[in-house]
Design a protein around this ligand. Sequence first.
Ligand SMILES: [Zn+2]
Length: 530
Amino acid sequence: MTFAVYLALLGWLLNPPPPRPKLVVVITVDQLRPDYLTRWKGQLTGGLGQLATEGAFFTDGYQDHAVTETAPGHSTILSGMWPAHTGIIRNSEGVQDSLAPLLGTTGPGASPRRFRGTTLVDWLKAVDPTTRALSVSRKDRGAILPIGRGKEQVYWYQSGLFTTSRYYADSLPTWVQAFNARRLPFKAASTVWSLLLPDSAYKEADNEAWENGGIGVVFPHALPADSVRAAAAVAGAPAMDSLTLLFALEGFEALRLGRKGTDVLAVSLSTTDAVGHAFGPDSREIHDQVLRLDHYLAWFLKRLTDRVGRDNLVVVLTADHGVTSFPERTRAKTGGAAYRVLLDTLVTAVNRDLDRLAAGAGAGGGGAGSAPREWLEFDTGMLFLRDNGRFAAIGVKTDSVLDALAARIVRVQGVARVIRPAELARADTASDPVARRWLHHLAPDAGVVLTVTLQPASVWDVPNLSIAMHGQPSEDDSHVPIIFWGRGVRRGSYSGRMNTVDIAPTLGALLGVSPLSLVDGRARTEALLR
Ligand SMILES: [Zn+2]
């Protein structure tokens, strides 16, 4: 027993808390912007509407860090920590782990190996070892990161099947095998996504040239007739969210969650992200997706409530990030400056220059025609230094290379700021949200030597993909809904900034459990009944 666990147990024995709710449900909607809940309020008669009107709705909710992507965002929700402390600072080094292969299918191996710290699941288990957690998502990172390092029931979707990795288990349990054997995603072949409500219920134009790479921009949208292709394509369709919730409910029943101590059911729903990327936050498609999500969640919450009772349930709904409009749309509709920004050419040129210097110094380097060595790597606003020692070996001062590169980057259209991490310590975090979000993001040992922030309407370019994007420390990308609902929650609309790192400490206060490691967030007890 660690000392922290001992202290938690001692506290519990001396001051036993009232009985806890039996089930904590954490719903993360990938790419859900809070303005969707107000924009279509009158039409949200299902689960989203119910949570927003009956719950404690923090309207100024933020993923208050800089690189607003899925992996960093999910890592904050039940850990109470910024990405700077969870160590998950980008998607591309999130959960990938070749030592943790998938079970029953092929695909990228995944585990929480890079995640640091503890989560609410660990805090609950410290006081009640019978606590269990089930976490489900279409995406590996969406299922893995809310739970932290715990070897719980964690499942995600790959090529038509729900799976997990060797990190968690050696074989898939019977209920997962039975679900997969029904081959529901394959049976979605040729199914059609049409509007849920009559045409007149949607104000958005359907025929916008920048949507979906210019192909299939109008309703209805059909899945491929081939069943294998349909099982892959359904990942971007509303049906994927209903499939994820169905799988979560079957797991909830099979594992008999919420019947004894306090269990955790985490669900991350990925279709809003897929539709948002393809069609954008201003599209008819995202409107219809959110209406469908609202319907699915009504059904999901009713099933849970019927089984464990409303008095035994507490639900949190949030998002991992928001999204920025298509730059093409911003230019067309407002005439404003909005760019897709790519810095690869600049960074590659510097790597090539360093190679030439290395060759001159006899330290080797890439050949004339080959790709240069990666002295510097650029990824979603972060420039990583790959080996400081090598710079000294070829007689190059790192600072002068970085200063010269920064001077070139800041002149690129769409770039707002280039900040060296050392400058962040002097920033006014109250008046400068961009600096604050970078401070919350950068782990000291991540090797980031420059940060680049774009102007709010500009986005990072993904070569050959014309999609709507997120990933900036901007209002559109970082503002998310945060809603608590159920036992112990004081209904109301709460203004004043609340961050996703406050969710876990607030749930901890509601459940009477304390964090086992340092957290960045604080309990928002104004939303709790006493
Ligand atoms: Zn996304």
